[in-house]
Ligand binder design. Sequence first.
Ligand code: TYD
Ligand code: MG
Length: 464
Amino acid sequence: MAKAEKRYVCQECGYISVRSLGRCPQCQAWNSMVEEVIVPETSAQKSGRPLALQSKPRRLREISGDMEERLRLPIEEFARVLGGGIVPGSIVLIGGDPGIGKSTLTLQMSIEMARLGTVLYVSGEESERQIKMRAVRLLRSEDGTPLEMPDNLFLVTETNLEAILQHVENTKPRLLIVDSIQTTTLPGMNSSAGSVSQVRECAARLRELAKSSGIAVFLIGHVTKDGAIAGPRVLEHIVDTVLYLEGDHFQAYRLLRSVKNRFGATSEVGVFAMGERGMEEVRNPSEAFLAERMANAPGSAIAVTMEGTRPILVEMQGLTSPTSFGNPRRTPNGVDFNRLLLVIAVLTRRVGLRLGEQDVFVNVVGGLKVTEPAADLAVAAAIASSVKDQPVRADVVLIGEIGLSGELRSVGQIETRLREAAKLGFKTAIVPRKMHRGLPWPEGIQVLEARSLHQALEIAFVEA
Ligand code: TYD
Ligand code: MG
C-alpha cells in the first residue's frame, strides 16, 4: 500500500496546501488549516484501463424536457421557497443557526410527505426517542388532542454514511433527511466529522444517491457566526438548492429563504412562526408583523419591504433620548448599522434635526432583518417622529431610498408594494417622485410623491 500523505485544508474555503499555514492565502482566515490524510488511490484508478462507462451523451432533442414532476408539499410556505414542491432526485441544503428550527421544520415536512410515500429521517444529533417526543408535540390538533402517527416515516440514529446508504437501500424512501451533514462521516477518511473533506465527500455521495435513484435528499447544515454554512462553502456548489432558516431567537418569526435554487426563483421567502405545535405557517406576514402596532404613537412608521417577490409591511420604531455619556449611541436592531448612520446624517444635515446629542435606537418589529434601502424613508420618519414627539399618520406607508443630498430615490416593484399596502387598509403612500411608469397607480390608495426627505416628512405627520 502506498504511504498515506498529509495535506492541509482550509476549513473556510477549501484551499489545499502541503504545509501547515497559520493563515489561509486564499481567504485570509486565521488558523483555519486542518491536517488531512490523503487516502491512496485504488488500483483501478491507477491502472490506466479504460473506464467502464455508465453515462452516455444524448442529443438535446431526445432528452425529455417536461417540467420535473414535483411532489406536492402541503406546507405552502415551504413549497413556495422550493419553487412549488419537492423535485425527485434533487438535493437540498437547509442551513441556519442551532436551535432556530431546522429539525422541527424538516420533521414536519417528513410527517406530511410520509402520507405520499416512505420517508427516512436520519439523525446524527438526536436520539430516536427525542425525535419521537418532538413528533408527538407536532402531531396535535389545535385543541391538543393527539393526531395519528404516519405509517411510512422511519427514523434512525446514524452518523456513518455507508450505513445510511445501506438503510436507504433497505427502506427505499422517496425522501431522505440527513440531520445534519456535519455529523455524518465516511469511515474511510481520516478526518473528523464536520471537516471540509468529510462534509464535501458525504454531500457528494448523497448527491450521487439522489441523482441515480430519484430520491429527494434534504441535508441540514449548521451555520457559523458570520452566516456561512459551517466551514465548507463548497457544499453550496454540490447541492441543487440552498435554503437558510433565519430569525431572532427571542421572536417567534422565522424566515425560510432560498439563496440558490436550480428549480425555481431564488430569493423566495416563506414565513413561519415557532409556536406550540412547531413551525406554523404565516400566510399573511404583513398582518402578523403589524398586529401589535400602536397607531398614533410617536416613533413608529410603516415600511413596505420586498422579501424576494413578496411585499411585507413592517413597523419601524425609532426612539431618541438625550445622550448621557459623551458620544451619542446609535443602536439598530434589524437594520444595517451603516444605513442607520447615513439616515441620521441626512436627517441632521438636510432636514435640520438635532441628533448630535441624542442616542438613537431603531427597531424592526417582529425580528425581521430589513436590508433594503427602500426602507430608509420609514426609518427616517420613525426617528423624526420620536424627536418631534409627533406621530406619523396612522394610515400612511413610506417607501423610498434616501440619497446623501437628502433626495428620495426610486425603488423597485413599487406597484406590488402599493397593492399590498392597499390590501391592508392603508390609505396613503409616500413615494419618491418619477416612479410613475404610465400605468395607473393601484386602486384604493392615494399616492403622494415627494422629491426629498424633507418634503416627505412634511406630509407624513399628523397635523398638530
Ligand atoms: P430545532 O428544530 O431543534 O432547531 P435546529 O434543528 O435548527 O437546531 O428547534 C429547537 C427549538 O424549537 C427549541 O428551542 C424548542 C423550539 N420548539 C418550539 O418552540 N415548539 C415546538 O413545537 C418545537 C418542536 C420546538
Ligand atoms: Mg437540529
